[in-house]
Write a protein that binds this ligand. Structure first.
Ligand code: NDP
Ligand code: GDR
Length: 329
């Protein structure tokens, strides 16, 4: 039985990845932070077979302790402060967790391998936010990195540190440069889920409007379930490498609104949407669209869910959840 250790187990990707690995027969361990994490109950209910270990990416000794219990064949580093907007207000903390946390994770793996002789493969959750002010369209593994937020800068640090550990210590360390991926499990602070939830509530008469920031930004949005498959595939290769994972199609927030409102039969959303400066960012990433040709050729990976289907899936799930919460039959 293969053993996997996941940081960020309580996040969107952690849940999908744990599900995938359990279905493949892995023994899965997940790192959970805090003495009373509110997501523990959800994790225990949805994935009772995951063994929870406590620790924090900013605490190297907690990672080493977790490693000595998990003894993993594969280490997936998904833990991060991942909300870009929050990263300006908490730049230092974001650098500690999203940046230095990667160094701690790599060190925990390196020291564990040196002490036990065990081989551990490492996955780093890098991000299309590293492309920031994009220098080529579409973006691929060779595109120059130009991050536009403290989050993006921290991810660049983690990305290069992963490459450096591969080159310095011969570690099987791979970095997945993943473009935005969404699902009904997406945190409500991100724009797709913010919209799908609000649209569900508006259609049920529970809310009047939704307040947003920049409607012109364009993102390459895929389905999280597809993207965790790519993470696993990277660690099954003989050689470690870096891969862009994306759909190759980009949509604006306006198009997102078109699809989300259409899912509840509303075709003119203008009276339901308000703009608010508070949701504008000090520096914006205007356009992201990825070229995942390398992953498609080498990993045999490809996305299976199209954008309209993804948004309809999210609105549908939010309708069920909101009806349940409001006691609507
Ligand atoms: P989420 O925000 O849903 O999950 C983040 C996870 O990190 C949570 O489990 C959170 O725990 C954990 N975490 C936060 N701080 C710490 C800490 N100090 N120590 C240990 N764990 C911590 O993110 P996603 O699942 O969407 O993304 C997974 C990874 O992929 C992240 O690194 C993200 O930056 C990256 N990424 C995501 C993309 C996307 O579109 N989803 C695209 C590209 C990269 P808690 O629940 O306790 O807060
Ligand atoms: P992003 O995702 O920053 O791309 O990072 P997010 O959904 O937060 O923003 C996408 C775009 O929508 C615009 N936007 C708004 N965003 C939010 N959250 N709320 C709003 O009200 C709003 N109005 C407009 C934003 O300005 C932006 O242009 C996500 C995260 O998962 C990162 O961790 C990951 O690395 C990247 O995707 C790839």
């Amino acid at each position: 039985m293969k053993r996997a250790f996941i940081t960020g187990i309580t996040g969107q990707d952690g849940l999908y990845l744990a599900e995938l690995l359990l279905s493949k027969g892995y023994k899965v361990f997940g790192l959970m932070r805090g003495q009373n994490n509110p997501k523990r109950e959800l994790l225990e209910r949805e994935l009772p077979d995951v063994e929870i270990l406590t620790g924090d990416l900013t605490d190297l000794s907690s990672l080493m302790r977790a490693m000595s219990v998990a003894k993993p064949d594969e280490f997936y580093n998904l833990g991060a402060i991942s909300f870009v907007a929050y990263s300006w207000e908490n730049a230092h903390l974001t650098s500690e967790v999203t940046g230095m946390g990667v160094l701690n994770a790599l060190e925990a793996v390196r020291l564990h391998m040196a002490a036990t002789g065990q081989q551990v493969r490492f996955y780093q959750a890098s991000s299309s936010e590293m492309f920031g002010k994009v220098q080529t369209v579409p973006q691929d593994e060779d595109t120059l990195l130009w991050p536009r937020s403290p989050y993006g800068v921290a991810k660049v640090y983690g990305h290069y540190m992963t490459i450096n550990y591969r080159e310095s210590y011969g570690m099987h360390a791979s970095s997945g440069v993943l473009f935005n991926h969404e699902s009904p499990r997406r945190g409500p602070e991100f724009v797709t889920r913010k919209v799908s939830r609000a649209v569900a509530r508006i259609s049920l008469g529970l809310q009047d409007k939704i307040t947003l920031g920049n409607l012109d930004a364009q993102r390459d949005w895929g389905f999280a379930g597809d993207y965790v498959e790519a993470m696993w595939l990277m660690l099954q290769q003989d050689e470690p490498d870096d891969y862009v994972i994306s759909t190759g199609e980009t949509q604006s927030i306006r198009v997102l609104l078109d699809h989300a409102f259409a899912a509840v039969g509303i075709h003119d959303w203008s009276s339901y949407v308000e703009l608010d400066e508070r949701f504008m960012r000090p520096a914006e990433v205007d356009l992201l669209v990825g070229n995942s040709a390398k992953a498609q050729a080498k990993l045999g990976w490809k996305p299976t869910v199209k954008f309209p289907e993804l948004i309809a899936m999210m609105v549908e799930a939010d309708l069920v959840e909101q009806k349940e919460l409001a006691g609507i039959k």
